[in-house]
Design a protein around this ligand. Structure first.
Ligand code: NAD
Length: 256
């Protein structure tokens, strides 16, 4: 029996997606594209900007709730999932996007910056995947998309904690993909290079950014929409045989 029919526009109708860090940048772009493709959404963020994004999406006709929570506080993870399930009965797609970077020389990096980076970029996605994953296992359906980074594949200056957290989430992606394939749960990561968001404007300002751009064969940085397009594809039924991969978006930077 054939089981490879999918909507050629990669629609997400009748799907419920939980997206972290959705108040701005890449997470906001993923939320807007998923909504345009028909998904209902739970948007999690640390600040009130998720409320504004949710309001815009509600006005466009989708059902969308904002949840303002700090993901590095462990008790919040269960609260988030409980609220999401009570509102929508299920979560089909989880996007672990919220992330942070501190720029420190490794030799003098305060341990606090290491801990905060790992807490948000690696531990929170693990805990959220665990709690959401239990529901997905029960329903034998799920898509988890982790926003990693090219910094999880290559090494960069002043990013020991960030590179470690992103390499970690690529490893987590593969481990969960392997363990949960039998429950029809696909887990993948996306690794963009510099993407034009507020985070990148700080981290890649000035001469350093211009030098970096010159090393990219396609000659520019990424737009958030170019990351959300890959996320929408991975969330859709067209990608149901893709699991455990890390899709790099880097304009050719890592070719050689
Ligand atoms: N921008 C880039 O160049 C780039 C490149 C590769 C990967 N990434 C990754 O993409 C993801 C999104 O990056 P971005 O540039 O859009 O970031 P951003 O700083 O613009 O947005 C991050 C979002 O996460 C939220 N957030 C921060 N701390 C939080 C916490 N403790 N609890 C809950 N939410 C919290 C913020 O409120 C914000 O909405 C991150 O994981 C980042 O590492 C970014």
């Amino acid at each position: 029996m054939q089981d490879f029919n999918f909507d050629i526009n990669f629609n997400l109708e009748n799907k419920v997606a939980l997206i972290t860090g959705a108040g701005r940048g890449i997470g906001k772009s993923i939320a807007q594209l998923f909504a345009a493709k028909g998904a209902d959404l739970i948007l999690v963020g640390k600040s009130n900007n998720v409320v504004n994004v949710a309001k815009e999406i509600n006005e466009s006709g989708r059902n969308c709730i904002p949840l303002v929570f700090d993901l590095t506080i462990e008790e919040n993870i269960k609260k988030i999932v409980k609220t999401a399930i009570s509102e929508f009965t299920r979560i089909d797609i989880l996007v672990n996007n919220a992330g942070i970077v501190f720029l420190d020389e490794a030799a003098v990096m305060p341990k606090e910056n290491w801990d905060n980076t790992i807490a948000l970029n690696l531990t929170a996605p693990f805990l959220l995947s665990q709690v959401v994953g239990r529901e997905m296992i029960r329903r034998e359906y799920g898509r988890i998309i982790n926003i990693a980074s090219l910094a999880g594949v290559l090494g960069y200056d002043k990013r020991a904690a960030y590179c470690s957290s992103k390499a970690g989430i690529i490893g987590l992606t593969k481990a969960l993909a392997f363990e949960w394939a039998k429950y029809n749960i696909c887990v993948n990561s996306i690794s963009p290079t510099v993407t034009m968001t507020e985070m990148a404007e700080v981290a890649w300002a000035g001469k350093k950014g211009e030098e970096m751009k010159r090393k990219i064969p396609l000659g520019r940085f990424i737009y958030p929409e170019e990351v959300s397009a890959v996320a929408a594809f991975l969330a859709s039924d067209a990608a149901k045989m893709i699991t455990g991969t890390n899709i790099i978006i880097d304009g050719g930077y890592s070719i050689n």
